[in-house]
Design a protein around this ligand. Structure first.
Ligand code: IPE
Ligand code: IPE
Ligand code: MG
Length: 259
C-alpha cells in the first residue's frame, strides 16, 4: 500500500484511539452488539499493522473503560473473551515484527485468565523495540490519576518524597505507562465529541480528530486521512504562529523517554 500524501518525517510519535461505535455498527445491520465487537477486533488488527508499516512508534487503543464494567454481563464476558483471543492470536506477530505490548488501567479487575494472558504477552514482548502498542483496559483517566495520587501521598508519608519537589515530570512518571510519551494525535470514531474518561493528563496538547465512521469501518483509508489531517495542523503549544516550533515545551513532555 502506498502512503500518498503522508510526510514520513512529520508522523505523530504517539497515536491514541478511542475505538467507538461497534454497537451502532451492529445495530445498523440487525446484528448483535457482540458481532460488532468481533468486527472491531479486525479493525484493531488492521490499524496495528498499518501503524507498524507507516512507522508510528506508539499506538494506544482504548479498548475497555472502567465505566464499561457497568454493561450487561454477556457483553462484558464477550469483550473479555475477544480480548483474550486477540492476545493469544497476535503474540506471534508481535514477536515477528518487534511490537511491544503494554497495558494501562486497573488490571486487578480483569478476569484471572485474561490477566494472566495479558501479563504473559507483556513479558514476552518487553524487549521488542520497533513499536509499542498500549492497550487501555479497565482504564479511566480519573482512576489513573487517583492511583497516581495515592502513590505520591504514600511516598510523602514515608518521607521518601518532599512535596515541594512534585512537578509535572514526576506526575507523568507515576502514571501507568511512564515510558510512553504523550499522544500527539487522539482519534475518536463514531462521531461523539467527548473524551469518555480516556487519557486526561496525557492529552493536554494532543491534536483531536473525530470521525463519524464507526470503529468496525475504520480501516486504511480512514486512518491515512486522520494522519494527513494531523500533518496539516499547526501545533503552537501556547506560542504565536511566528514562534512556531514543532515540539512541546519540555515541561509538557511525558516524564519518560522513547525506547
Ligand atoms: C466501542 O463500541 C467498544 C467499547 C466501548 C468496548 P461501543 O460498544 O461503545 O459501540 P456503541 O458506542 O454502542 O456504538
Ligand atoms: C469509550 O466508549 C470507551 C471505549 C472506547 C473503550 P463508550 O462507548 O464507553 O463511551 P460513551 O459511553 O459513549 O461516552
Ligand atoms: Mg460507545
Amino acid at each position: 500500500m502506498k502512503f500518498d500524501g503522508l510526510d514520513k518525517n512529520r508522523l505523530p510519535r504517539h497515536v491514541a484511539i478511542i475505538m467507538d461505535g461497534n454497537g451502532r455498527w451492529a445495530k445498523l445491520r440487525g446484528k448483535s452488539r457482540i458481532e460488532g465487537h468481533r468486527r472491531g477486533k479486525t479493525s484493531v488488527r488492521v490499524i496495528v499493522e498499518l501503524s507498524r508499516k507507516i512507522g508510528i512508534r506508539f499506538l494506544s487503543l482504548y479498548a475497555f473503560s472502567t465505566e464499561n464494567w457497568l454493561r450487561p454481563h454477556d457483553e462484558v464476558d464477550a469483550l473479555m473473551g475477544l480480548l483474550q483471543h486477540y492476545l493469544i492470536a497476535e503474540q506471534a506477530k508481535m514477536m515477528r515484527y518487534g511490537i511491544r505490548l503494554l497495558a494501562v488501567g486497573d488490571r486487578s479487575r480483569l478476569p484471572q485468565s485474561v490477566r494472566r494472558t495479558l501479563e504473559q504477552v507483556i513479558e514476552a514482548t518487553r524487549n521488542n523495540g520497533r513499536m509499542t502498542v498500549v492497550l487501555a483496559l479497565s482504564y479511566s483517566g480519573r482512576d489513573e490519576i487517583v492511583r497516581m495520587a495515592r502513590q505520591i501521598a504514600r511516598a510523602a508519608r514515608e518521607n521518601r518524597l518532599d512535596p515541594e519537589t512534585i512537578d509535572e515530570r514526576m506526575i507523568s512518571a507515576q502514571m501507568d505507562s511512564p515510558e510512553v510519551p504523550d499522544p500527539d494525535l487522539l482519534i475518536r470514531t463514531s462521531g461523539e465529541m467527548r473524551i469518555s474518561n480516556f487519557y486526561l493528563w496525557q492529552i493536554a496538547y494532543s491534536e483531536l480528530y473525530v470521525t463519524p465512521t464507526l470503529w468496525p469501518d475504520f480501516r486504511e483509508q480512514e486512518y491515512l486521512q486522520a494522519l494527513i489531517d494531523f500533518q496539516r495542523r499547526r501545533r503552537r503549544f501556547g506560542r504565536t504562529d511566528e514562534q512556531l516550533v514543532d515540539t512541546a515545551p519540555s515541561v509538557l513532555e511525558a516524564g519518560g523517554s522513547e525506547s
